[in-house]
Design a protein around this ligand. Structure first.
Ligand SMILES: NC(=O)c1ccc[n+]([C@@H]2O[C@H](COP(=O)([O-])OP(=O)(O)OC[C@H]3O[C@@H](n4cnc5c(N)ncnc54)[C@H](O)[C@@H]3O)[C@@H](O)[C@H]2O)c1
Length: 355
């Protein structure tokens, strides 16, 4: 028998929450659930109650990703056996917190089920086994790998998402297509997929990478961080007011510019990707990037980049695009990213507005 949470292929079950919950096997179970989802979807709480599942509501957001919250969950669950089933019901923050809990509680719970309720969690964070908490504003400073045994994808739960929340899911899905699969990228450009198809295809793309490098030891999983180096900087300097998916969308613009500056990314690739990701909102995206960085000094950015897990000797190691579906990593020197930073603050692309 393998250790709790060790890699397994994702088993996705599509259907309403009530249907999946009704088939939950008997035995002690605990649901760590986004309080907002419980309020918006009363049937979730009813289905859990019918199965005798204990529910611990959590207020979602980056502040949920803390060791203090893990400890509070452990106190509330102390009487449960280690073989219990844990369900994570919520977006990426609840999922990340619950993953850490599932891994640490009595050295690993018996069964772990992810029920993603945001588009971002459905396409990305509920696949791949990663969970993490933040420490003093340093994003994901403490983390674990603990793979879910199952994921329940319940379309009715996505009905209450705003357009901005759906866009965040699309950004993460586009990230996977543009880095991993030129054919999917071209197909999505030609015919933007409906939400459920996007979720299925993005999950499959991510799983292909995770399967080949489940514990990030082979340098392959790193591709999933495209857009994340500056995405994390943007989240931090805005005090997390810029949400993760939005930050990754803008972070991809940063990665494209840095790639151009280093002559790794052809200009026409940058143009195609930027136009596809943001469409008519491209100018507004550049303006949002400029606003987010307005009061941020190069020294502050340097400190945040040095704290990034992928940095080496203070210099960020970034995923860059060579072409569509082709990527590489490069260590980025300060002169290059500072040059880009000056352009971003003025709402420009790298190389634009320099006469
Ligand atoms: N572990 C991973 O591999 C991985 C990958 C990508 C992102 N992440 C993490 O995911 C987090 C972001 O996830 P997120 O954007 O889902 O954030 P989130 O969990 O904070 O959810 C965003 C908001 O949506 C609300 N919400 C959740 N479900 C809803 C629903 N069905 N209807 C209406 N509102 C709903 C939440 O209450 C919250 O206010 C970040 O912390 C990021 O670091 C992790």
């Amino acid at each position: 028998m393998s250790a709790p949470g060790s890699y397994c292929r994702p088993r996705d079950r599509w259907g309403t929450f009530a249907e999946s919950c009704a088939e939950l096997s008997e035995g002690p179970a605990l649901a760590i659930a986004d309080a907002r989802v419980l309020r918006l979807h009363r049937r979730v709480g009813q289905a859990l109650k019918a199965k005798g599942v204990r529910v611990l509501p959590v207020t979602a957001g980056e502040s949920a990703k803390s060791l203090a919250r893990v400890e509070a969950l452990a106190r509330a669950a102390a009487d449960l056996p280690r073989g219990a089933t844990v369900l994570a019901i919520g977006g990426g923050t609840v999922g990340d917190l619950a993953t850490v809990f599932a891994h640490l509680f009595k050295r690993g719970v018996g069964r772990f089920i992810q029920v993603p309720t945001t588009a971002l969690a459905a396409v990305d964070s509920s696949v791949g086994g990663k969970g993490a908490v933040n420490v003093r504003g340093v994003k994901n400073a403490l983390g674990v790998f603990h793979f879910a045994d199952e994921a329940w994808l319940c379309p009715e739960l996505f009905s209450t998402l705003s357009e901005a929340q759906r866009r965040e899911g699309r950004f993460e899905a586009l990230k996977m297509a543009v880095t991993l699969d030129a054919r999917t990228w071209a197909a999505w450009r030609a015919h933007p997929p409906a939400e459920q198809a996007l979720i299925r295809e993005a999950r499959a793309l991510k799983d292909q990478v995770v399967l080949r490098d489940p514990y990030e030891t082979k340098g392959l999983r790193v591709v999933l961080n495209f857009g994340h180096t500056f995405g994390h900087v943007l989240e931090t300097v805005t005090g997390f007011r810029l949400r993760h998916g939005e930050a990754v969308g803008l972070g991809m613009l940063c990665a494209l510019d840095v790639g151009c500056a280093l002559r790794a990314t052809p200009r026409e690739v940058t143009e195609e990707v930027e136009t596809t990701i943001f469409g008519a909102g491209r100018g507004e995206a550049r303006a949002r990037l400029a606003r987010a960085l307005q009061r941020t000094s190069a020294a502050q950015v340097a400190r945040l980049l040095a704290a990034d897990k992928k940095s080496s000797e203070g210099a960020p190691r970034m995923v860059l695009l060579h072409g569509l579906g082709r990527w590489t990593t490069a260590t980025v020197d300060r002169a290059t990213w500072e040059h880009c930073l000056r352009a971003w603050k003025q709402g420009f692309q790298w190389g634009e507005g320099e006469g």
